[in-house]
Design a protein around this ligand. Structure first.
Ligand SMILES: [Fe+2]
Length: 374
């Protein structure tokens, strides 16, 4: 290795080592204090400095994602430390905050702890060693919270990828229903989006959409892909898929809630559906939503025994069956969002990424992997 190459390699290593350091912002209006603080932490952390609250806010706006901890003086012109910390808390709640204060004012301290989520306060004049320990503890707290968040995100990604993998496996089992679960999920999300449901509920509806036909996974292809009318016996087997689906998902703790929705996606508003002939609002809302999305997709997809119906014909059929097969209010809403549904049908992947709650909460690179081969 030449000396030039060695130097480059060393620089890379040093840069990597540098990147592993946590970033600490120091805020103090007195130059001497700022210098003392810089000396205290130099070499151990990536240091950012500001000499007043407004300047510090600008630094947080620009580098907030990287800042692990802030040490700020309380008494500063223009903006006090606690007011600065309140704004930091709004912008980046994960940043750990340590306040330096010249005197003990109980009201300030109580407000700082409650309103700013203060990690610790330190009385001035302070021993550098005392501050070093407080900062180290604060950095440990930040690292632990970051690791927990990373771990939680990884679990969410893994869970989502698993759901998508199962859903894709189901969709590719039959060439005629390829993409069915994804489209049903997409139409369900477009419809549910009109109902102002909370995010967790939306995520659960999304999972239920992806897994609504999971009961078909072990069904023989001779029935699932039969090119012709099913016999009564075969239809009986086919009709068992909502119950089979319920049994699969009910055993997974995180999916227990949606098991009832998977079970009810073939129920009809007038009580003539299966498996339990439930009526009206006895059918859970997500079951009624998925039923509409499922029927629309079945009508607008080509099947072995017929070509796809045009969008307008399918929408007229939904209007005709409002109040008998479908929840009349949901059917009305479905007709209202029909133009979006029609566009989404032509480009399901793009629209799915727009309407999915799970996709929006997970790194995009994961999704492109998960959707490959769909
Ligand atoms: Fe089904």
């Amino acid at each position: 290795m030449s000396s030039c190459e060695l130097k480059e390699s060393l620089e890379v290593v040093l840069n990597l080592a540098q990147d592993e350091k946590q970033t600490v912002l120091i805020v103090d209006d007195e130059e001497n204090n700022l210098q003392l603080l810089k000396r205290t932490f130099r070499g151990k952390y990536n240091l950012l400095t500001a000499s007043n609250g407004l300047q510090a806010l600008q630094v947080v706006k620009e580098h907030g994602d990287k800042i692990a901890l802030i040490v700020s003086d309380q008494k500063m012109p223009e903006m006090e430390g606690t007011d600065f910390f309140k704004q930091v808390r709004e912008m980046h709640p994960q940043i750990v905050k340590i306040l330096l204060t010249g005197h003990v004012d109980t009201d300030i301290l109580v407000s700082a702890i409650n309103d700013c989520d203060l990690f610790q306060y330190i009385l001035k004049p302070f021993e550098p060693e005392e501050l070093k320990i407080a900062v180290e503890n604060g950095i440990s707290k930040y690292s632990m919270a970051s690791n927990n968040k990373l771990f939680y995100n990884e679990l969410r990604e893994l869970f989502y990828k698993t759901i998508r993998a199962i859903s894709n496996a189901l969709d590719t089992k039959d060439a005629y229903t390829n993409g069915h679960s994804l489209r049903v999920t997409l139409y369900s999300m477009i419809l549910a989006n009109e109902l102002n449901l909370d995010d967790d509920y939306m995520e659960d509806i999304e999972i239920a959409g992806l897994l609504h036909d999971i009961g078909k996974i072990a069904m023989p292809k001779s029935i699932l892909c039969k090119n012709g009318k099913l016999t009564d016996e075969e239809f009986g087997v086919m009709k068992s898929h909502p119950i089979r689906g319920e049994k699969i998902v009910i055993n997974i703790k995180k999916l227990q809630m949606i098991s009832g929705w998977v079970k009810t996606h073939h129920e009809k508003w007038n009580g003539t559906g299966y498996p339990d002939a439930l009526k009206g609002e006895e059918i859970p809302l997500p079951g009624r939503i998925i039923a509409l999305a499922d029927t629309y997709d079945a009508m607008t997809s080509t099947r072995p025994y017929r070509t796809a119906l045009p969008h307008e014909v399918a929408i007229n059929e939904i209007k005709r069956c409002a109040g008998t097969q479908f929840d009349p209010k949901l059917a009305e809403l479905f007709v209202k969002v029909a133009p979006i549904i029609d566009e989404a049908r032509k480009n399901p992947e793009l629209y799915y990424q727009r309407y999915s709650f799970l996709v929006q909460n997970i790194d995009f690179k994961i999704i492109s992997e998960a959707t490959q081969g769909n």
